[in-house]
Design a binder for this molecule. Structure first.
Ligand SMILES: [Zn+2]
Length: 348
């Protein structure tokens, strides 16, 4: 923390410098391949934080979040170091695929090894070069293909400080999530580097609201870490905090007619969708299995028996949930057009 130089690639970067570094990755056949990393170092000491996107190559919202973040003039006031990695899985993004060319999931390949599979080697390079020199990280994701997520932070809320950071992001939902084997988050956490996972929107699409909440969220976290000046505001937007969630699956195959949308509050046994018989008259009801809020949904109107349709986060007090989610719905109405966020809006 706060050392005069940090080393990335083969470059020593002093304080007060803003630069892009290309870290060498395994070649794609005979084509040299690099991991572009942008480093912003404040003149004053402070923590080192990385923000990464597209660890899954088809999850694109984070690329735009980082592009906009980098342009904000407020970063001139940064204390400490911010390392931005807009595309971690450079191979997957080229082919618009979640996976690596060896069909492995990069986010199940950490910490990786320099003698392992291609995914394992890339995970190893990213982890050693970037993650291991940081104090905290924010990893940007979307739902997997043909699904969409309400903006949410997933992290280990059992750790008090991580929980505080998660809330400070001000995404509408914070979901406690257990660690997954080989994930970036698990490996980082084992080395004492707390990671916030921001999950918002769908694969292969930009979503304006998700992008805006993401840019603001990262700035909020940097303020919480005292890396940017704290500002006084009327009220913080408190997220819905939930410790468990479950996917509801189709009991029958057919045509899906959804009644509820992302962010809707639902009661136990409330009707959320119908599955209609393609050639018949019958409709099958799909109901919520507990009180909660819809945080993920399928975007495909045709379903097979067993397909995951709605992801519902458990939340008992529906009245509170309703008030908390209101700001998010207002945000959607206000910002339905694709429009860049400026510094004033960040400062509010
Ligand atoms: Zn992902």
């Amino acid at each position: 923390m706060g050392s005069d130089f940090i080393t990335l690639g083969n470059e020593n970067i002093p304080k007060g410098v803003n630069m892009t570094i290309n870290i060498e990755l395994p070649k794609l056949y005979n084509t040299p391949t690099n991991l572009p990393v942008h480093v912003i170092r404040g003149k004053k000491s402070g923590p080192c934080v990385f923000v990464s996107a597209a660890v899954h190559g088809d999850e694109l919202n984070g690329i735009e979040i980082i592009r906009r973040l980098r342009k904000l003039t407020i970063l001139k006031k940064l204390k400490g170091t911010l390392i931005l990695v807009p595309i971690v899985n450079v191979y997957g993004t080229m082919t618009l695929s979640r996976y690596m060319p060896d069909r492995r999931d990069l986010n199940r390949s950490f910490p990786g090894s320099n003698r392992g599979s291609l995914a394992s080697r890339v995970a190893n390079i990213f982890f050693n070069e970037v993650v291991s020199i940081c104090d905290y990280g924010i990893d940007l994701h979307t739902a997997s293909i043909h699904k969409s997520n309400l903006p949410q932070i997933r992290t280990n809320i059992k750790d008090e400080f991580t929980y505080k950071l998660a809330k400070s992001f001000e995404a509408p939902v914070v979901l406690h999530s257990e660690l997954r084997d080989g994930s970036l988050r698990q490996t980082a956490q084992e080395q004492g580097i707390p990671i916030l996972l921001y999950e918002a929107g769908e694969a292969l699409r930009f979503d304006e609201t998700c992008i805006r909440i993401g840019v603001k969220g990262i700035i909020n976290v940097l303020r919480e870490l005292d890396m940017l000046p704290i500002i006084k505001r009327k009220a913080k937007k408190l997220p819905i905090v939930t410790r468990s969630s479950q996917w509801i699956r189709a009991g029958e195959s057919g045509v899906l007619r959804t009644i509820k949308a992302l962010g809707d509050i639902v009661k136990k046994d409330e009707l959320i969708a119908f599955v209609d018989e393609p050639f018949g008259y019958e409709s099958f009801e799909i109901k919520s299995i507990f009180d909660g809020i819809i945080i993920g949904k399928s975007e495909i109107p045709l379903v097979q028996e067993g397909d995951a349709i709605f992801h519902i986060a458990k939340f008992k007090n529906l009245e509170i949930a309703e008030t908390k989610i209101e700001y998010f719905n207002e945000e959607i109405i206000e910002h339905s057009e694709f429009n860049e966020l400026n510094d004033e809006e960040i400062i509010e």
